[in-house]
Write a protein that binds this ligand. Sequence first.
Ligand SMILES: *[C@@H]1O[C@H](CO)[C@@H](O)[C@H](O)[C@H]1NC(C)=O
Ligand SMILES: *[C@@H]1O[C@H](CO)[C@@H](O)[C@H](O)[C@H]1NC(C)=O
Ligand SMILES: *[C@@H]1O[C@H](CO)[C@@H](O)[C@H](O)[C@H]1NC(C)=O
Ligand SMILES: *[C@@H]1O[C@H](CO)[C@@H](O)[C@H](O)[C@H]1NC(C)=O
Length: 412
Amino acid sequence: MSFSASSFLALALALVADAHPAAHSKPCNQPYDIPLIRNKDYGWFANISIGTPPQPMTVFTDWTWTSQYAISTTCDGVEGNTADCLSPAQQLFNQSNSATYKDETSLYPSESWFPNEFFPAPFNVDYASDVQTIGPVTSRIVLQTSNIQPGIFTQFTLPFGGIYGMMPDPKGENASDLSPFNQQYKDGAWPEPYAAFSFCPGPSCPEGADAIQTLGGYSKALARKGLHWYDVVDVPAVNELAFTFSPKIYSYWSIQVSGLFIGSERQALNTTAAKQGDGVPAAIFDHASKGRGIPLSTDAYARLVQITRAKPVPAGSPILSAPPNNGPQPFFTVDCRKTRFFPPITYTFSGDRTRWTVEPSEYIAKVGDACVIDARTLGKGSYLLGNFGDNFLKGKYVVFDFKKNRVGLAKV
Ligand SMILES: *[C@@H]1O[C@H](CO)[C@@H](O)[C@H](O)[C@H]1NC(C)=O
Ligand SMILES: *[C@@H]1O[C@H](CO)[C@@H](O)[C@H](O)[C@H]1NC(C)=O
Ligand SMILES: *[C@@H]1O[C@H](CO)[C@@H](O)[C@H](O)[C@H]1NC(C)=O
Ligand SMILES: *[C@@H]1O[C@H](CO)[C@@H](O)[C@H](O)[C@H]1NC(C)=O
């Protein structure tokens, strides 16, 4: 859909004129742009609400989580001893105050992950259902309510009340594993199975927004240079290298990387890992904190360090207390005056030959007066499994297709 003001209005009017009688309480016949605000520690936040009357909630939008997770009043299995688990300032969903809340534990058994990517204790969830309101849409979803252990968060306030999971959906599962967007789409609340992300400034960015997440469609204006679609592939190594969960979680927006270049120099990609069951070289789309830094194999990073004549950041340097990304690799500084002469990094993905480039201005980060290579590596040697997020996405438009399980990219 086009979001330029005039064509958008014309389109909206056309859609309203065409509208069929509503099958659900509040469906929407056009996409909706949720403004996102970037949080330096976590990633991207949005405002939604859950329950009746609607309880407003700021959610951490997460391309790498399954469900709608809501911090609830339940603590250690008991609904009312919230104070033993959460700080008094913690934003939460109070299920007792919602007339439409329904316990669904008889249909969907409670789950627990340990270890998990969220905190150093079992991540326990119960299943419930309630209505979720996002912009113009209100419809019932199955969601995860928190069941936290006492003590973990009593001294610490999370700056959000829930996690809006946007994972593609694992095969053969049910609503307990479907992202809230996909549940609402399947329920007829959204016109198309797409969710898209673009940085601000842009055509539908309100004042103060850092990015836009479009639900139920995508902007034809932003995709005008052409969307290239890439099928999602399975990468079992993801659960060892990128996101560690037990039981394991494998369903990500991951696509096969077919080429990696520094300037025009092709870098080796380990493809034998696939034979060992680890999966092909892959890009996992993730715009939370693990998606920061330009993803490189360990070998390609070493080559970039050599080409840019970068110097290791010494132990104890203040750079290490505010590094540009949270990857396990060492950091290197370069001569700031030379940045613009550095080579671009280019990726190709299985499906076509389009080259997706990241300029040095996107992979050199300023930390104080220093210029640091903002690269993130996972795995060994030439095995590339990278979290593709903010640094890769600058100047690009990304669309997730929940129906055909594919990722669309366009140059902006
Ligand atoms: C959510 O709403 C609050 C209150 O209006 C506002 O201050 C905040 O910036 C909003 N956050 C997002 C991510 O839109
Ligand atoms: C949740 O709502 C119930 C019923 O209104 C109230 O008694 C309880 O104090 C609330 N809990 C919290 C943590 O706000
Ligand atoms: C949903 O899937 C979970 C996990 O496979 C299973 O335990 C549960 O019984 C299923 N529930 C329904 C209602 O199908
Ligand atoms: C390829 O990567 C896999 C997984 O990291 C590793 O086990 C294997 O030794 C690597 N093979 C080569 C030839 O680098």
